[in-house]
Design a protein around this ligand. Structure first.
Ligand code: SF4
Ligand code: SF4
Length: 323
């Protein structure tokens, strides 16, 4: 029976909320079908006060073995490296994190904040927040680039703001059932099974992307037009399965008319949320998108876009999903 200990640092609890909504498998399935032993979780743990502290000390010392240490939220180093902006169970959270990460067989970072700092680490980063093994795209973070868990792996990063519930539970099941060897990690330590394809893979608007057609205005055309050209959609540059593994088994941002904001990439939030950069495609000379689809170059992109616009059929300018 694999054991899981889950801690929350500089976090909004969004990943916990997401985790509790999991369906394939659900949190109950993890316990009843996969025999997971949840040692403690901020929303599920029953110990508090001295009992909780003793439990955490037992986990850190190895008296209570921890197979999977899950961390949600940033590690706060401030002020002045003391970590005292985030006190937990009578000591800086960062002191618990280093001991528990070293005691566990595997460490999983859930959500952008734990992976690479996320929104709290956005300039000016007042809490000196870092991710477990990254600060934005720079390797290192709190544990250092060369850190490895007892099981021989770096931190497994499951980013997102929040991460999709099924990405979380499926990776926990893979570890708990000894199938972690089947899961390749990409260069940012994300499981490739989820993060090799793009948000655009499976998006229902791809045919409008092909012919360079936008919706008439933001929030209009929930079923027609592509959000890349005017509304800042990062679907062609963002590694996520959001249009393959749907949210609530129903939909995705782009299907609902909302641009992908690239929340599974270390640079999220892009442009540090400067005014005018959200839901608006940033352009050079007012025409060429600053960020173009991954794998292409500006000249090829411009040639393709010009040809696509000329070749666009009439139907691509209309709402075809009429009832
Ligand atoms: S809406 Fe976004 S994800 Fe969908 S096709 Fe357009 S750019 Fe790609
Ligand atoms: S669609 Fe984009 S912003 Fe939304 S959850 Fe997926 S990766 Fe994140």
């Amino acid at each position: 029976m694999a054991s899981v200990l889950w801690f929350q640092g500089g976090a909004c609890s969004g990943n916990t909320m997401s985790f509790l909504n999991a369906e394939e498998p659900s949190v109950c399935d993890l316990v009843t079908d996969f025999g997971l032993d949840v040692i403690w979780h901020p929303s599920l743990g029953v110990e508090f006060g001295n009992k909780a502290q003793q439990l955490f000390r037992d986990c850190a010392s190895g008296k209570r073995p921890v197979d999977i240490f899950v961390y949600e939220g940033t590690v706060m180093l401030g002020p002045n490296g003391s970590g005292r902006y985030d006190m937990f169970a009578d000591r800086p959270m960062k002191d618990w994190v280093i001991e528990l990460a070293n005691a566990a067989q595997f460490v999983v970072a859930i959500g952008d904040c734990a992976c690479w700092g996320g929104i709290p680490a956005t300039t000016p980063n007042p809490t000196d927040s870092v991710g477990l093994q990254y600060l934005k795209r720079d390797q290192g973070g709190f544990l250092g680039a060369n850190w490895r868990s007892k099981g021989g792996l770096p931190v497994i990063n499951i980013p997102g703001c929040p991460a999709h519930p099924d990405w979380i539970t499926q990776i926990i099941v893979a570890i708990a059932s000894g199938r972690l060897g089947d899961i390749a990690l990409d260069e940012l330590q994300r499981p490739q099974t989820f993060f090799k394809s793009f948000t655009q893979t499976g998006c229902t608007r791809v045919q409008f992307f092909e012919y360079k057609q936008s919706p008439p205005s933001f929030g209009q055309g929930t079923r027609t037009g592509c959000l890349f050209y005017e509304y800042g959609c990062r679907g062609p540059m963002t590694h996520s399965p959001c249009n393959r593994i749907l949210w609530n088994r129903q939909s995705s941002k782009t299907r609902a008319g909302m641009p992908c904001t690239g929340c599974t990439e270390p640079e999220f939030p892009f442009y540090d949320l400067a005014p005018g950069t959200v839901f608006k495609t940033q352009k050079i000379s007012g025409t060429i998108p600053k960020d173009i689809p991954t794998g292409t170059d500006p000249i090829s992109y411009m040639a393709l876009a010009a040809a696509a616009r000329i070749a666009a059929p009439d139907w691509s300018k209309e709402d075809m999903f009429v009832v």
